[in-house]
Structures are given as C-alpha cells and as structure tokens.
Design a protein around this ligand. Structure first.
Ligand SMILES: NC(=O)c1ccc[n+]([C@@H]2O[C@H](COP(=O)([O-])OP(=O)(O)OC[C@H]3O[C@@H](n4cnc5c(N)ncnc54)[C@H](OP(=O)(O)O)[C@@H]3O)[C@@H](O)[C@H]2O)c1
Length: 330
C-alpha cells in the first residue's frame, strides 16, 4: 500500500483510508463481530488509516475502532472529527439503542425515519470548550492519548472565516493531543478558507461519476501543504444502484450532472465492474493523493483489495482510464 506523508506534521497515511461511519450503527444492520473482522482485515491488508467521528453510531464507531486498534496503536493513524454535539434527546436515544435496534430491525421505512430523527438531534459547536470536550471524549472512546488527525466536521462558512477554530487545532497540536489538523468539508469552495491556517489534511466528496474538474483546487491545496482525500469514491453506494433510480438531488440538484453521471456509468460498465474500474482510476489515474472509502461487507472488502494489490497498469491503460474519467469544468 502506498503511503502519503502530510508535509508539515510528517504523519504518514495509507493511500486508501477506511471509513467507519457505517460500522456500529443503531438502526442499520449491526454485527459487532463482523465489524471487528472487517477492521482487522483492512489493517492486515495494509490500510493504516481509519476515519471516524465522535457522532458516528453515537460514539460506537470510535469505540469499535479503539478496541480493535489498541494493539496496533503505533502502526495506525486514527482520524476522527469534532464539531457536532448530540443534544440531551440524542443522548437519551443512544441509551435506548439496543431496544431501538430490536424494534426497528432492518425495515427500511423505519430505518429512514430513525435516521431523520437522529439527524434532527445534532447541533454544531465549534467553540473552544465544545471542541476540547469533544476531543477528550473521543480520546476516551478511542482508548488513546492522542488522535493522529483531528478534523473539523462540516464547519459552516462563518466558522471558517472567523478562523478561531484553526488556533484551537494548533493548540491541540501543541498540547500533544493531536498530531495533525484536518477538515472534513461539505463544499469545495470552503477549501480556500483553510489555506495558510496550519491545516494538514482535508476530505472532500470526489464525485467521480459526474466528474467535475478539481485540478485547480488540488494544486492549490498541495501548494499549501494540505493533502486532500477523495471521499465517497463509490458515490456513497450510488454505484451499486440502477442509474435510472438516481435522483437530481444526489447530484447537487443539477440535471446536467445527473445526465453526465448516467452516461459515464454506461461507459464504465462497458469496461467492467464499476467498483473495480473506479478503484483503478482512484489508485492510478486520478489526481488525488489519497481516497476514503467504506464497506460493511467482507466479500466487497476482499474484492477491493484485489484491485489495490494489482501491479501498476502500463501508461496506455492509465491514459485510457484518465480519458474515461475526464472531468468537466463546473
Ligand atoms: N461529512 C463527512 O465528514 C463525511 C460524509 C460522508 C462520508 N464520510 C466518510 O467517508 C467514508 C466513506 O463514505 P461512504 O461509505 O458514504 O462512501 P463510499 O465508500 O463511496 O460508498 C460505500 C458504499 O459502497 C459499497 N461498496 C464498497 N465496495 C463495494 C464493492 N466492492 N462492491 C459493491 N459495493 C461496494 C458499500 O456497500 P457494502 O457496505 O455493502 O459493501 C457502501 O454502500 C465514511 O465512512 C466516512 O468515514 C465523511
């Protein structure tokens, strides 16, 4: 597995980062043994870097990760996030979690309703006191004295413009609680607000399906010393669905993007299994130094590792992949 060094902090991360938001959830299928097996398998296959957040599965994702990675701590890069806080209602919901799981089971209508309810409980808090408490709580759940990459979780524009959050991250670094500062952003336009602020890492939705050209932003970020991870390379599961069922809102409400994505999917499928083709592109012909993906299925994990273990394709194949994923300007 290729390694990428965050230039200022010297934290070394794996090119593939494993996301754990789907592990340990209250209302999705949850099997602790299977989740632990997936994490172990990912680590054994060369992934050193894992992404989580204080709020994923109401803290359960961090707990799982902490428990599994404790014995590999020195070799693992733990990236978590702060900024969202659960209200007292949300905390109550997490206490009755085992009961909720039993009642809801895997009935899709109820799962969606519960997800909405939980989403409604979340408030953001990027104050010094809020982030300090959030980080301390994450450290406890992760069973660690430090977090390798601590990320602001979807900060709003005003928070970024004010900039105090970056000083807080710097203070966490000085205190030895975190090794690198990160941001998990909702919009590419926000990236520029992070330049010159000591940010080491950023994660952003890559959108390989509708393919918007991000080379300008990626070049500027690299110049500033920020390593950007291509988040959700499989469109958060869209790749597995029939393109006829995709909706405009899944492409920023933009009908042209949706149409482009459908056309690209047809071309991708002419070459092979879309998950494999996209992975080959991310690994060998995209401009992103790293990517952040997830799976809850061991068979899918193995299939993804098969692609990650392939030899570097020759330049003809790389060019063909780059051509297939050629991006449009916005
Ligand atoms: N605001 C934020 O900070 C934010 C937002 C979104 C995501 N994230 C991070 O990014 C990570 C990845 O997000 P994501 O899971 O939404 O995106 P993703 O990696 O693009 O998509 C995951 C989906 O792809 C499927 N999949 C993966 N490999 C497959 C294969 N070989 N064959 C068939 N299906 C396959 C998975 O299904 P199976 O489980 O069935 O394999 C799952 O439904 C999250 O875990 C989280 O860490 C952060």
């Amino acid at each position: 597995m290729n390694q990428v060094i965050l230039p200022a902090s010297k934290v070394s991360i794996s090119q593939a980062i494993f996301g754990t938001s789907r592990l340990g959830g209250t209302v999705q299928q949850y099997d602790k043994k299977k989740s632990c097996e997936i994490l172990e398998r990912a680590f054994d296959s060369g992934i050193s870097t894992f992404d989580t957040a204080n709020i994923y599965a109401q803290g359960n994702s961090e707990k799982l990760l902490g428990a599994v990675m404790k014995r590999h701590r020195e070799k693992v890069v733990l990236a978590t996030k702060g900024g969202y806080a659960f209200s007292s209602k949300g905390r109550l919901l997490s206490l009755v979690k085992p009961m909720i799981r039993k009642v809801i089971g895997s009935r899709p209508g109820l799962v969606r309703a519960a997800g909405k309810m939980r989403g409604g409980q979340m408030k953001q808090d990027f104050s010094r006191a809020g982030l300090t408490k959030s980080l301390d709580d994450s450290l406890k759940r992760l069973k660690s004295d430090y977090v390798d990459i601590y990320q602001l979780h979807s900060p709003d524009q005003e928070t970024l413009e004010k900039g105090e959050v970056f000083e807080i991250l710097e203070d966490f670094k000085q205190a030895g609680k975190i090794r690198a500062a990160g941001v998990s952003l909702l919009s590419w336009a926000q990236l520029a607000h992070c330049y010159g602020k000591g940010v080491d890492f950023a994660q952003l939705e890559a959108d390989f399906l509708s393919g918007i050209d991000r080379s300008r932003e990626l070049t500027a970020a690299a110049k500033d010393g920020i390593v950007v991870a291509a988040r959700q390379p499989f469109g958060s599961g869209l790749v597995a669905k029939d393109p006829k069922d995709w909706a405009e809102e899944q492409f920023g409400g933009d009908s042209k993007r949706l149409e482009r994505a459908r056309q690209r999917m047809t071309q991708i499928k002419e070459i092979g299994d879309p998950f494999k083709v996209i992975l080959r592109h991310v690994l060998h012909s995209s401009q992103y130094p790293t990517f952040l993906f997830a799976t809850t299925n061991l068979r899918h994990l193995e299939s993804n590792f098969e692609i990650m273990g392939e030899a570097h394709p020759d330049s003809e194949e790389v060019n063909a992949l780059a051509k297939l994923f050629v991006e449009t300007s916005q």
